[in-house]
Design a protein around this ligand. Structure first.
Ligand code: NAI
Length: 339
């Protein structure tokens, strides 16, 4: 076998991060993933250890390796440092956040046949970080920035993704009825790009109607492309359609071949340190990472182990209505790979 060991940056993250990262590292090794992890700090852990949430060594490691697996990072609400997640996405120009939401056999959920992918613009919109108070906190202003270039590349990414993965429809989600300029420009560019892909059905929907339609009739969605804030919210909604945040994975992809894979969920401070965090979301993100590294055999083995463990009610974790803990579930994933 050719040694294709790839050095990959590992940010364990805050809260439940170290628990689910340890489980994922063990599962990737058992699946035969040829990965050498380079561990670097970020988030609240880095503030304590290095005095900054995003140390230089972390940026250097990702710059060198071009691929990272990242646990969740805590961000203070309303004050304190800016989100490291937003910072990383902007620094490495990771403009495409791809969040698949597909029904997982055996995982209790309201639907049996959800299969959608949300492609979220990751660097612009209301998350551009341009905000300030007016006067003595009497008003606050946050500026949503939508550019033609930023819109075109994310919408094109969604159509290319649809072509590559044999998907048939792209739905552009917006609020152009009210946000006539930032929403209107995104929609205008969407219509232009869609005209270049006559083989793929295209429609657009207003975000509030989309939220309702996703809950009532999620099977009608295939690929959704949308701006930063709407994508953030709708992808948690999509996670809820397939069993919850414990099972929702994602990839942040950008220019220059840089990629950061992470769970959709946050640091889950309410359960951190208890050994009950569901590692599925990070493990499925590692499946996407192995596929990205062209390590398909290991990716398939890992996916097989996860799916078999999820389908076994004895191994069901607490967030999915069972009693299994992180260690028990991880052992089951590893055992099932071999079967
Ligand atoms: P959260 O996703 O951490 O938790 C929401 C709920 O889902 C909690 O009840 C939690 O226990 C549960 N949950 C989440 N992941 C789980 C898992 N793997 N297994 C079992 N249960 C799980 O969202 P919250 O509480 O709003 O955010 C907490 C912190 O995480 C904040 O500082 C926030 O900024 C940060 N965050 C970081 C993200 C990232 O690094 N990508 C994404 C979202 C939030």
């Amino acid at each position: 076998m050719i040694d294709q060991t790839k050095q990959v940056t590992l940010i364990e993250g805050d809260g439940i991060g170290p628990e689910i990262a340890a489980a994922t590292v063990a599962a990737v090794a058992a699946a035969g993933g040829q990965v050498e992890w380079e561990r670097v700090p970020a988030g609240l852990a880095a503030v304590e250890a290095r005095g900054t949430p995003l140390p230089e060594e972390t940026l250097t490691s990702i710059e060198k390796n071009r691929v990272a697996l990242k646990g969740p990072l805590g961000t203070p609400v309303g004050e304190g440092f800016r989100s490291v997640n937003v910072g990383l996405r902007q620094h490495f120009d990771l403009y495409a956040n791809v969040r698949p939401a597909k029904t997982l056999p055996g995982v209790p959920s309201r639907f049996t046949d959800v299969d959608m992918v949300i492609v979220r613009e990751n660097t612009e919109g209301l998350y551009s970080g341009v905000e300030h108070f007016i006067g003595k906190r009497n008003a606050a202003e946050s500026i949503a920035i939508i550019t033609r270039e930023g819109s075109e590349r994310i919408i094109r990414y969604a159509f290319e993704y649809a072509s590559r993965h044999a998907r048939h429809k792209v739905t552009l989600v917006h609020k152009a009825n009210i946000l006539k300029m930032v929403g209107g420009l995104f929609l205008e560019v969407g219509r232009e790009v869609a005209a270049e892909y006559p083989g793929i059905e295209f429609n657009d929907m207003i975000v509030d109607a989309t939220a309702m339609r996703m809950v009532i009739d999620p099977q009608t969605f295939d690929v959704i492309v949308t701006t930063n804030l709407f994508g953030d919210i709708l992808s948690d909604l999509a996670a809820g359609l397939i069993g919850g945040l414990g099972v929702a994975c994602s990839a942040n992809l950008g220019t220059g071949g840089c990629a950061i894979f992470e769970a959709v969920h946050g640091t889950a401070p309410d359960i951190a340190g208890q050994g009950i965090a569901n590692p599925t979301a990070l493990m499925l993100s590692a499946v996407l990472l192995l596929e990205y590294l062209d390590q398909d055999a290991a990716a398939n083995r890992l996916r097989r182990g996860i799916m078999a463990a999820l389908a076994d009610p004895e191994q069901r974790m607490r967030d999915l209505g069972g009693t299994a803990d992180t260690a028990t579930f991880t052992r089951a994933v590893i055992r099932q790979m071999a079967d």
